[in-house]
Design a protein around this ligand. Sequence first.
Ligand code: CA
Length: 354
Amino acid sequence: MTQHTRPAPYVRIATEEAFCPSEMLDIYRTILAQPHVDPGFKSLMGFYMSSPSERAQHIMRCLTDMDQIRIGHMDDAGVDMQVIALTSPGVQCMDTATAVSFAKFANDELATGIRRHPTRFVGMIAVAPQDPAEAAKEIHRGVNQLGMHSVVINSHTHGEYLSDPKFWEIFEAAEALNTPIYLHPNTPPANMIGPFLEAGLDGAVFGFGVETGLHALRLITAGVFDRFPKLQIILGHMGEALPFWAYRLDYMHAATVRSKRYDSVKPLKRKPSDYLRDNFHITCSGMAWHKAIAFTQDVVGEDRVLYAMDYPYQYAIDEVHALDGMDMNPVAKKKFYQTNAQALFNIPDALLPR
Ligand code: CA
């Protein structure tokens, strides 16, 4: 039973929740001590790992816990299940060999935590895009041996984007195994971050969304979904603003194709917004705002919009109360909180906590 949030006629499944094995912090400390540190990584993890502020200390404590602290917070907020991913930037800031081996370690750790709390936790498979063949293998291992049914990739990897065909082995594996990829934010890469960093807007406040929205759009314009029509990408933060842009993206993409202005802008089989509707799922992580949720349901359909809290970065119980109180028909609300997540992350009724 929850302490502060009332039971509801649906199970609340939060779908963009983060964890961090303490061993990853040891690797991050080594990276932060190097002479040339990526400015985004330094801004993000350099802050959280060293700040004495209450917010940073709280987040670090929660990130590394997979038992009492996390479950206590879930109970207080009325969150029945968390779909958990290795926190950003995961292994993507590491050298290739370390990234490949640590992704396996982190997935094993997550699987162990899930085995302790099988009705509360669901996992996403972390991969190292630095080695696409190994990443594809890890997706297979995660699905077949660890029982996970989704993948997390924290946007760019050392400034490179998955729109580059050299990464498409990852999409091939994900599509073949019916495994959605959560394209989670990262700080903007070194060649983009300058004006964001100067204004203190590089992180979750705005830079994350700009960078990840760009990444998702690059997948569309590179023709990823013409090549992998069944591939499903999950975006947090209300689709990183892309649903709001859909009209202009369609108009200007068609105009750019006609003008032959860029070699990189090729004709697609469909309009950009068609891919948004058929190849994306969108969560409300960090955006507990009914108007934005309703708009996104209108653009991509109520079967593709899901609840997420963004624990522990945005642990706010009053947001659950606000979302419970949304003026939304009961069928759509149950899809939002529960059944869309069950379908997307392959969570059978038998695993639900009540
Ligand atoms: Ca997040």
